[in-house]
Design a binder for this molecule. Sequence first.
Ligand SMILES: [Zn+2]
Length: 374
Amino acid sequence: MAEVPHCFNDIVGHRGAIRLLRRAVVSGSVAHAYLFTGQAGVGKFTLAHAFAAALTCLQPTPDGDPCGDCSSCRRFAQGAHPEVHLIAPYSEQTLIWQLWEGHNTPREAKPHQVGVIGRTINFAPTFGRRVVYILTRAETLTEPAANSLLKTLEEPPPYAVFLLLAPMLEDVLETIRSRCQWVPLQAVGVEEMAQWLEQRHGVSADMALRCALISQGCPGRAWSLATQPQALKLWDALADLAYQIATGRHGQAPALHLAEQLRTLASTDITTAEDADAPAEAGGKGKTPKRGALLLAMDALGAWFRDALWLSCGGGAQSIVYRGDEARLQEAASRLGTARLMHALNAILEVRRAVEGNANIPLATEVLILRLLG
Ligand SMILES: [Zn+2]
């Protein structure tokens, strides 16, 4: 995993959001809570992390960047800050006992996972200027957990700041939303991202453009594709699967078999942007594919079908993601036609959304294949 930037200058895109956050640091008028929204990999965690570094810094620069030298910044440089608390889902949910002690804590929970807010919020910071809580997937807060936060979000101690991360505004309860300043993050442009990969990460121009196109505006995703050859291989394998599904070349292989194939592909050991966005807490995981890799896989399928749709509408090959695969895309386009391709694309988007939430992975992949074949 790339080191998470501690500084706004290292972040690609998101200029408006960065301006807002810098202004808060410089003016000192910081909200009690912020809600960062945007698709997985767009940079919510990266931005929240840089903001946390600036908020805790004892002497931020006149631009609102962390100084890099104070006791707080030095803690950050060491990789962990005792006053910046990450709260990630436990078994896919963010539960009340993770926030406050004394709420049916499971026996296997580790001490550091329990009552993170309750244990720490009444202690003023000693290393830095503030205490920051980052809820990496606020959309997974259970209702009791969300309700237990309301009073604290409204009137936290003056040094405490909450940063909540979620895909969309609607994913978080209205009562939580209304207590947060909203920081929406948009997709980063293809050219800006390709340049960033090339200049900042030394990726070749060809590869940078391909990864930027594939990543759909998410730097975290572009970066994981550019730096992990197996990610691009997975991408190509999914083009093969999409082609089989779209043209009926899977022969007699039943839908369940294709779903299994999709899950196997998505079990490739890849670190994705989602994993960085939401470092998972250990908690009863089986051998299911990682959600991040499955989302990447579904995006690959989606991109392939979208390319076919684009060609079937008479679009030019220069705008497609799967450059070099035009012959197979064209075949799928003539076989399925615009309406069925739209139908397939909708199915992928809907199931993707369910997977990004908490859908059961085996079931979701089966539903997806059945809808694509239907
Ligand atoms: Zn500092």
